[in-house]
Design a protein around this ligand. Structure first.
Ligand code: UD1
Ligand code: UDP
Length: 425
């Protein structure tokens, strides 16, 4: 059972759905309905050639508890009806939280795509969601090695962690040729020139629900609009909050405000902008993949890889800092575009890799079972002499793993290794 409910989840799960189709894996696709506007949901089904979800729970907007609770109640029924071998979800939304909890409460293993990202800020709803999802998951698809290390240092068994790459790289790779073909027309439609405008997205609660931060971003955009054309497709949440603070009118006069865009049109504008300003996770990843200079409107990022080579810089939400960073990134645009590096976010094969691991896990009977600890009733962490242990199968080695994410004894290692083992005195 594959569960999604918001714009980025559909974009990032589409490569997995495609992989499952290609591999002939039988699945049911459930849409929670957390996003329901045509431009936040249906448009992507159409663009990706997907038939639509098998089931739409239609939960809509609400408080975190209402949203997660309704999705859990709906999924509990569906899991009972469909009896899936595995529940799969991607990212860190309330839909993912609900999918993870529903699965494990129904004793069905949960697989988390994009596991291991951390902002270390528990005031961020996404941080709570992703930590819970990772805590209960049986399979962790970490997009990068850094994400995998976050999981290992939280004590997640290396046997469940697979470094797969981020499926957003698959999406960008698959659609960019088509996007490039259409880019000229898209730019013409909006009266824009290649490299001649800034592209902005903003929707994160920490910005939209904090009037001081939202005012800071608006002040920066007003200032930047004196020097650059500014294009801003507005998430409905942001439109509502700007309107509530009486900021929409002044922004509309200075900036090209738009409805949310379909994926192909958005990618065309992203690939050709001078600098992207964003608080989105997916947009940071796409911009990095396309070598688009980025200014992140946050004080931290759970995608630290994107700051490599200065492609992405963190500006926070203070007007002067945003302006300063944007001007600097604009000056560096040529240099950033010419960078040559292997993308640490992935190689475009994440969807297939994830599918294969899912298939193997399901075929080999992955299940949540009561551990038989009668012989060895306790699980403890121990520091062991490295040369005194021979087989990695009998314990979870927490700080050393091979490329398949398996516990791995480095040969000839001296000193102590941190291991988790089952013991009996
Ligand atoms: C959600 C996710 C966020 C993700 C984002 C992707 C949570 C806690 N947040 O944020 O992690 O980055 O999706 O875009 O899960 N609204 C509409 N139409 C819609 C959907 C929402 O108008 O189709 C408006 C409603 O006023 C709603 C508000 O947007 O109250 C917020 O929607 P919600 O799904 O709660 O959170 P997002 O901000 O979209
Ligand atoms: N996106 C889009 N149209 C837009 C803005 C964004 O298709 O008008 C895409 C963008 O390319 C990225 C994804 O939406 O793949 C990011 O979603 P969002 O910023 O809503 O969520 P986040 O990634 O922060 O969770």
């Amino acid at each position: 059972m594959v569960v999604a409910g918001t714009r980025p989840e559909l974009i990032k799960l589409a490569p997995v759905l495609r992989g499952l189709d290609e591999a002939g894996v039988d699945y049911v696709f459930v849409w929670s309905g957390q996003h329901y506007d045509y431009l936040l949901s249906q448009v992507f089904f159409e663009e990706f050639g997907l038939d639509g979800a098998d089931v739409d729970l239609g939960v809509g907007s609400g408080s975190h508890a209402q949203q997660a609770g309704q999705i859990m109640a709906g999924l509990e029924g569906l899991i009972g009806d469909y009896k899936p071998s595995l529940v799969v979800a991607e990212g860190d939304t309330n839909t993912v939280l609900a999918a993870a909890l529903s699965a494990v409460k129904c004793h069905v293993p949960f697989a988390h795509v994009e596991a291991g990202l951390r902002s270390w800020n528990m005031l961020m709803p996404e941080e709570v969601n992703r930590r819970v999802a990772d805590a209960v998951a049986s399979l962790h698809f970490a997009p990068t090695e850094w994400a995998a290390l976050n999981l290992l240092f939280e004590g997640v068994s290396s046997r469940s962690v697979h470094v797969t790459g981020n499926t957003i790289v698959d999406a960008v790779g698959r659609f960019m040729p088509r996007v490039e073909e259409q880019a000229g027309k898209v730019l013409e439609k909006h009266g824009l020139e290649r490299g001649g405008y800034l592209l902005v997205t903003l929707h994160r609660a920490e910005n939209t629900d904090n009037p001081e931060r939202l005012r800071g971003v608006v002040e920066a955009l007003m200032e930047l609009a004196k020097r650059f054309r500014v294009v801003f497709p507005l998430h409905p949440r942001t439109r509502k909050m700007l309107d509530g603070l009486g900021l929409l009118g002044q922004l509309e006069d200075a900036v090209m405000l738009m409805e949310p865009l379909g994926y192909f049109e958005f990618l065309a504008l992203l690939a050709n902008c001078l600098v992207a300003l964003t608080d989105s996770g997916g947009v940071q990843e796409e911009a990095f993949t396309l070598k688009v200079p980025t200014v992140t409107l946050r004080y931290n990022t759970e995608r630290p890889e994107t700051t490599m080579h200065g492609v992405n810089v963190l500006a926070g939400a203070e007007a002067h800092k945003i302006v300063e960073c944007t001007v600097r990134q604009a000056e560096r645009a040529g240099e950033i575009r010419r960078l040559s590096f292997e993308n640490p976010l992935g190689d475009g094969e994440a969807g297939r890799r994830i599918t294969q691991i899912i298939r193997k896990a399901v075929e080999s009977g992955l299940a949540i079972v009561e551990p038989d600890l009668r012989e060895t009733p306790m699980v403890v962490y121990r520091l062991l002499e490295a040369d005194a242990i021979s087989s990695p199968e009998v314990f979870d080695l927490l700080a050393s793993f091979d490329h398949d994410g398996k516990s791995h004894l480095p040969s000839g290692t001296r000193g102590k290794l941190l291991a988790r083992l089952k013991i009996c005195w």
